[in-house]
Design a binder for this molecule. Structure first.
Ligand code: HPA
Length: 233
């Protein structure tokens, strides 16, 4: 068994998979959090590892950036490899007052400017939502570990460099949307299609209202807090 994008054989990927966008983060998580981690995929440098966390088999797979890339890796994990619990661990830009650098955002739902769900659903505007089970577990675990987590609707954008970005962010903030990523809408939609549990957790790396950015060190520390929450649920 393999796909054009993933060399893993049957049984090499766990039912629980963490999904960082950056494949080097997948390597970092495997090396720093998992025991006996084995790399099962190197195709296109999109690393995937399986190891053990507190006695449980867990995989971590890079997804790349943007919804089409997420579509490829998440579809294959769900459809071919039998993944049942998929947790995106990424970064985001925040644009709502009161959300600060290093906060963890748990995405309850995803709003998008992407055309992918227009193509799927036509005139129907599908609402991609998190798994309630995973969302509740993540929120409770974050409280227990004293990690500040904000549960919110997020914006999944098709463009990192958007001529109308400021305008879109301000409009969405006025409707309570907290932050922007580029993948969650497709992850949640695919999870609904395949009847599996998915959740996105994001650390705020850029404050798009003030222009502040996390330092590399801050990014790593807050990222580690979030990974710990993701691994524990
Ligand atoms: N836009 C989209 N995705 C992101 C950003 C951003 O500003 N920062 C981190 N992920």
């Amino acid at each position: 068994m393999s796909t054009p994008h993933n060399n893993a054989s049957a049984g090499e990927i766990a039912e629980k998979v963490l999904l960082p966008g950056d494949p080097m983060r997948a390597k970092f998580i495997a090396e720093n959090f998992l025991e006996n981690a084995v790399c099962y995929n190197e195709v296109r440098g999109m690393y995937g590892f399986t190891g053990i966390y507190r006695g449980e088999k867990v995989s971590v797979q890079g997804t790349g950036m943007g919804m089409p890339s997420m579509h490829i890796y998440a579809s294959e994990l769900m459809q071919v490899y039998g993944a049942k619990k998929l947790i995106r661990v990424g970064t985001c830009g925040s644009f709502r007052e009161g959300i600060n650098l290093k906060d963890v955002i748990i995405a309850m739902a995803s709003t998008t400017d992407s055309g992918m769900n227009k193509d799927r659903f036509g005139n129907i505007s599908f609402a991609p939502t998190a798994s309630f089970r995973l969302l509740k577990a993540a929120y409770d675990k974050a409280e227990e570990l004293k990690v500040k987590a904000v549960v919110s609707n997020i914006f999944t954008s098709d463009k990192f460099y958007d001529d109308r970005g400021k305008e879109k962010n301000a409009l969405l903030a006025s409707y309570g949307v907290a932050a922007v990523d580029m993948e969650t809408c497709e992850l949640y939609t695919l999870a609904a299609k395949h009847g599996v549990d998915a959740l996105t957790m994001l650390t705020v790396s850029d404050n798009l209202l003030t222009g502040e950015k996390c330092t590399a060190e801050e990014r790593q520390t807050t990222f580690n807090d979030m990974i710990r929450v993701a691994l524990e649920i």
